[in-house]
Ligand binder design. Structure first.
Ligand SMILES: Cc1cc2nc3c(=O)[nH]c(=O)nc-3n(C[C@H](O)[C@H](O)[C@H](O)COP(=O)(O)OP(=O)(O)OC[C@H]3O[C@@H](n4cnc5c(N)ncnc54)[C@H](O)[C@@H]3O)c2cc1C
Length: 464
C-alpha cells in the first residue's frame, strides 16, 4: 500500500467535513481531513455562531434600553462595538479549537493546506512549506460556499459588505441598506437596527423571508416595520452613485424608479459553491450552478467521490451539512444509512422576533392539492410569553385531513428556533394529530402554544 493511504479523505473542515471525519473514525476508518483556513468552517468562524453571539449582544442592549418595562432602571446604556465583535470572534475561535481537539482525540490526520484532486482517489495538498500527496478510495468534498456577488454591487470591504465584513465592522453605519431578505440579510438587519442604525431591507421577491409560509413572513414584516426597519419588496437595486462615503442607490419597484441614500450596503443575495481549484474539471465531475451534483446518498458521478454540505446544494444549513457527513461516513464504513429526509430539515432565522419552520407551507399544501386543517395560536395568549415580555408571535400548524399527519409547522416569536425541534421530532416519528393532542406540555412554557396550535387545528384550543 502507498504511503499516505487512508480509508477516507475529507476536504474541508466545516460542519459537514469535520462531522464526517469524526463519524468515520468512530466506525474504525483511518481518516485524513484537510482544511485551508479554519477548523469549523464558515459555521463556527463566519456564520451560525458568530452571528448568534452578535445578535445576543443586540438583544441585551434592547432589553437594557427597555428595562423600565420590567421595573428596572438602567441609565446611560451604551454598547461597545469592538467588545461585541471581539466576543463573537472569541466564541468562534474557542469552538474552532475544540474541533482541532476532537479531531486529534479521534486520531484523525489533520492537515492545514489547500487540497486539489489530481486523479480519482488522489489528492494533492499544498501546505505552508510543502506539497503532500494522499490516496483513498473514498474522498468527501466538503468545501462549502461563499457569498454570491451582486453585479454592480460587488463587495469592497469598505462600504459594500458581505457577511464577513458585516461581522467585523470597524465603525457602525448610520444608514444601512441590506440587499436580500433571506435568513442572513434579515439577521444582520435585526442586529444593526437594534443598535440604532437606520436600516432598509430590499427584496426582489414579493415578500421578505420568501421561503417561509406567507402568513409568517407577513407577521415578521409587520414586527420589523414596528421596530423601524424600512422594507421594500418587489424591489431591485439597479446601480448607485457614490459621493465620498455615501451612496445614492437607484431602486426599481415594479417599474417605478426611486433612490435611497445610505452609507453602507450589505449584499446578502445568496451563496456560490467553492468549486474552484479543486480539480473537478479534470475528473469531469458534474456541476450545476456552482454546486456539485449528487444523488440521494451524496455520491457524485465519480466512483468513490462524495460531496456534502453547502457545496452539494440547498438547503444551505449547517445541520444539513453535518447530517450528510454522518450518512456518507456510515456508507463508506459499509453501513446502510437512510437517505436524508430533506423535508424534515427545519430552517431557523434568529432575527427579532425569531422565525422557524419545518415541512410544507400553506401555499405549498394548496399547490399540491392537499386537504388540510390549520391551527394557529398567538403568543399574546401564552402566560410565559407575557412574563418574558415577548408576546409578539404566532404558531401555525398544518395537518393532512386524510392521514392526520403533521405536514408543516411555522413559527414566529420568542425562542421559536428552540421550540421547532419538538415538531421536527414529531414529524420524524410520524406523529398524528391525536398523539400531539394527547401530549402533556409543561406549564408555564412557550411550548404550550405549540399544543394550543394543534388543538386549534381541530377546534379544541382552550385559551383562545
Ligand atoms: C452569516 C451566516 C450565518 C449563518 N447562520 C446559520 C445558522 O444560523 N444556521 C445554519 O444552519 N446555517 C447557517 N449558516 C450556513 C452555514 O454556515 C453553512 O450551511 C455551513 O457552514 C455549511 O457547512 P459546510 O461544511 O458545507 O461548509 P463550510 O462551513 O463552508 O466549510 C467548508 C470548509 O472548506 C474549506 N475549504 C474550501 N476549499 C478547500 C480546499 N480546496 N482545501 C481545503 N479546505 C477547503 C473552507 O476553508 C471551509 O472551512 C450561516 C451562514 C452565514 C454566512
Amino acid at each position: 500500500m502507498k504511503e499516505n493511504t487512508f480509508d477516507m479523505i475529507v476536504i474541508g473542515a466545516g460542519p459537514g467535513g469535520y462531522v464526517a471525519a469524526i463519524r468515520g473514525a468512530q466506525l474504525g476508518l483511518n481518516v485524513a481531513i484537510i482544511e485551508r483556513e479554519h477548523m469549523g468552517g464558515i459555521c463556527l468562524n463566519w456564520g451560525c455562531i458568530p452571528t448568534k453571539a452578535m445578535l445576543r449582544s443586540a438583544e441585551i442592549f434592547h432589553l437594557l434600553k427597555n428595562s423600565k418595562d420590567f421595573g428596572i432602571e438602567a441609565k446611560n446604556i451604551k454598547y461597545d462595538l469592538e467588545a461585541i465583535v471581539s466576543r463573537s470572534k472569541g466564541i468562534g475561535s474557542k469552538l474552532s479549537k475544540g474541533i482541532t481537539h476532537l479531531l486529534k482525540k479521534n486520531k484523525i490526520t489533520s492537515i492545514l493546506g489547500e487540497a486539489r484532486l489530481t486523479a480519482v482517489g488522489q489528492v494533492k495538498v499544498k501546505t505552508n512549506d510543502k506539497e503532500v500527496e494522499l490516496f483513498s478510495r473514498n474522498i468527501v468534498l466538503a468545501t462549502g460556499a461563499r457569498a454570491r456577488d451582486l453585479k454592480g454591487f460587488e463587495a469592497d470591504g469598505e462600504n459594500i459588505w458581505t457577511y464577513k465584513d458585516a461581522l467585523r465592522p470597524k465603525i457602525i453605519p448610520k444608514k444601512l441598506l441590506v440587499i436580500g431578505s433571506g435568513a442572513i440579510g434579515v439577521e444582520f438587519a435585526s442586529f444593526y437596527n437594534t443598535l440604532g442604525v437606520e436600516t432598509t431591507i430590499l427584496e426582489v421577491m414579493d415578500t421578505i423571508l420568501p421561503v417561509e409560509d406567507r402568513e409568517i413572513s407577513n407577521f415578521a414584516k409587520k414586527q420589523f416595520e414596528k421596530q423601524g426597519i424600512n422594507i421594500l419588496e418587489n424591489s431591485k437595486a439597479l446601480a448607485f452613485n457614490r459621493k465620498n462615503n455615501s451612496f445614492s442607490v437607484k431602486i426599481d419597484t415594479l417599474g417605478k424608479v426611486s433612490s435611497l441614500d445610505c452609507d453602507t450596503i450589505i449584499s446578502a443575495v445568496g451563496i456560490v459553491g467553492n468549486i474552484e481549484g479543486l480539480g473537478l474539471e479534470g475528473l469531469r465531475v458534474e456541476i450545476e450552478d456552482s454546486h456539485v451534483l449528487v444523488d440521494d446518498f451524496c455520491k457524485t458521478n465519480i466512483e468513490g467521490l462524495f460531496a456534502i454540505g453547502d457545496l452539494a446544494g440547498a438547503p444551505w444549513l449547517a445541520h444539513k451539512a453535518s447530517h450528510e457527513g454522518i450518512m456518507v461516513a456510515e456508507l463508506i464504513a459499509g453501513g446502510s444509512p437512510h437517505p436524508i429526509d430533506y423535508k424534515g430539515i427545519a430552517g431557523c432565522t434568529y432575527c427579532f422576533p425569531q422565525v422557524a419552520s419545518v415541512g410544507v407551507t400553506e401555499e405549498q399544501a394548496k399547490e399540491n392539492g392537499l386537504e388540510t386543517k390549520i391551527g394557529r395560536f398567538p403568543f399574546a395568549a401564552n402566560g410565559k410569553a407575557l412574563a418574558l415580555g415577548e408576546q409578539e408571535g404566532i404558531i401555525k400548524t398544518i395537518f393532512d385531513v386524510k392521514s392526520g399527519e403533521l405536514l408543516g409547522a411555522h413559527m414566529v416569536g420568542p425562542e421559536v428556533t428552540e421550540l421547532i425541534q419538538g415538531y421536527v421530532i414529531g414529524r420524524k416519528l410520524e406523529t398524528t394529530e391525536e398523539d400531539l393532542i394527547n401530549t402533556i406540555f409543561p406549564h408555564p412554557t412557550l411550548g404550550e402554544s405549540m399544543h394550543e396550535s394543534v388543538l386549534n387545528a381541530f377546534s379544541r384550543a382552550i385559551h383562545i
